[in-house]
Design a protein around this ligand. Sequence first.
Ligand code: FES
Length: 620
Amino acid sequence: MKNSTETADCRVIFQPVGKRVVVKAGTTLLEAGRVAGLMLSANCGGVGVCGRCRVTVVSGETSAPSENELAYFDSTDHGLGDRLACETRVASSVVVEVPQGSLGEGQRLQVTGSDTSSFAGDPMIATHQLVLVPPGLEDSRSDYGRIVDALKEQGASIDWTMHPETGAQLSHLARANGWKLTAYSRGNELIGFSSPNRTVVGLAVDVGCTKIAAYLVDLQTGEQLAASGSPNPQLPYGEDLITRLVFASKAPTQAELMAKLLRDTIGELASSLASTAGVNLHEIADICIVGNTAMMHLLLKMPVGQLLYAPFVSSIDRDIDVRATELSLPSAPGAQVHVLPAIGGFVGADHVAFILSHGIDRSSKVTVGIDIGTNTEIVVHDPRNGAFIATSVPSGPAFEGGHMSDGMRAASGAIEKVFHVDGKLMVQTIDGLAPVGICGSGIIDLLAELWRLNYINERGHLNRSSKYVRAGKNGLEFLLVPAELSGSGRDIILTQHDITEIQLAKAAVYAGIATLLEIAGTAVADVQEMVVAGAFGSFLDLSSAVAIGLLPRLPNATYAQIGNAAGAGAKLALISRTEREQARLIAKLVTRVELKQHESFNRLLARATRLPAHLVKAVL
Ligand code: FES
C-alpha cells in the first residue's frame, strides 16, 4: 500500500458509468460508491462474504487484498485487478471498472399491475372551484374568511380548519390567480390550493426491498396519469432486509439515513411523474404507501430492533396517517400519507394491498396467493370453511440472483430464460446482449432444464460424468456459457453450492404453501386459483417453477401472473375510501401463521429440497 495519510483526498472514478467522487484515503470503494450515488450491490452489507460488490481496479493505489478477497478470488482474478469493493480501501486517486452484474441500477423494474381507470373512486379529497371577492376598503375579511364564505355559498357550510402552511399558500395563490382558485379539502380541513380549473391527483407508492414503484393517479377519475420505478436506494447497504434492519438498529444516524434514502427517492419519483403528467407537485393532495414491514418501519423511522428476533414483533401494524411534510414528500401543504395496515410480523402492508387488488378476500374461489422475493408472502383463502391465513418465509436473495456465483439482477445482459433444443441448452438475455450473468427467472429455468436433462439427480447433485460438468475451485460446477461467448470474458457457471441455495429457497416457498393448505384444511385438488404477484413472479416461467417444485402442481387450479399487485392495491386505496376501509378489514380478517411453530413445516422443508418427481408423490 502506498505510504499515505488517512486524511489525503483521493478521487475515485467509476467506469463505465462515469461517476466521480472525492473521498479520504482509507475509504472503501463501496463507501465511495455510496457517496457517489452509485448503486453497487452489497448482499452482505459490506462484510466481504457475498462477492456481489466485485469490481476491477484499473489504475491507482489501494489496500492489499484482504483475507476475504484471497478466499474469494483466485490469483488470475487478482492479476486482472479484481477486488471486493467493500474490502478495498483507496490510497490514491483510482479508476474503477464496475461490471453490470455488480450494479443494482439498470435493473428491469416491474411497475405494471391492474388498472384502476375503470374503477369508480370515492376519494378522501374533495375539489372546489372558487371565485373570491377581492379585498377592498369596504371588505377587510381575511383570505381564509373569503374562502369559507365562498364555500358556504356553494352549500359547504361546515367548521373549516386549515394548517398555517396551507394559509400561506392560499394568500400567495389567490393574488397570483386573480382570486380564482381550485381548493382541496379532506373532511373539514382545507389542505391546499391550485390555479382555477385544475384537477386533483394522488400518489400511490409500493416500497419493495429492491425497487420502488410509484403511480400518479387522477383522484376524480381513477385514471393513472404516469408510472415509474426506481431501484431501492438502500441496496448498497444490504440486499436483504435483515442486513438493512441491523444497519438501522445500530445508531440513530443510520436509521435516519435509511429513512432519508427512501423519502428522497419517493420525492424524486413524485417530481418526475408530475413533470411527465403536466401537473404541479402542490396538486398532489393525497398519498398512499404500501411496503413490507421492514420498509415501512424504515420509512417511518420506527424502532426496528424487535423485528430482528423471534417472535418478530412490529412496532405497529394498524394503518397510519402522517402529514406528507413530516416525511419531506412534495405535495399540497396539508396532504397526508396513508400507510396501509399490516397483517403482522413480516406479512406487511404490501400483502394486504396484493389481497385487496386481486379481490382474494371477496372471491368465491379457493385461492393461493404468493409474492416471491427475498421474503415470500403467501396467503390461502378457502371461502368454504372461512380459512384466511397468511405467512412469510425468508426465501433469501437466490431468486433475485443473489448468493449465486454468476447471479445478477434482471438487468441488460442477464440470462432471463434457459431452454433446450434437441438436448442443447440455449439462453436468452435481457436486451439481447452477450450474457454477463443469470437473473432469477433464468436460474429457475436452468435448474428445471438440468433436472429434465438429467444433469442433476432428485437431490440436486450434479452428475460428474456429464458433459459440461467439471471440477471448479469450490467443487463441481456446470458450465453454462464459456468465456468466449460471454459478455464479461468469463465463464458463466452454476455451482453445486448455487444449486443448494436454490433448493433451500424453493423448499421454503413450497413447504410454506403446503403447510398453509394443511392448516386451512384445504386439499390440493380443491385449490381453484394460484395467483403469482411481484416482479420475479411476472417473469417466472411457471412450468419451470412447477418442474423444480418451487410451486406445487395444483391439478384443478388456474395459474395467473398479475404483476405488481401491491402497487395496484395502493392505487385502489388511494382513490377509494371504501377500498381503504376494505384494506383495514383484510388486515383484521387474515390470521398470520408462524410456520416454525408447525412441525409439518419443518418436516416438509427438509423433503421439499428434493426435485418434484419425489415431491409429487410423497409431499402432496
Ligand atoms: S462482499 Fe462486498 S458487499 Fe458482500
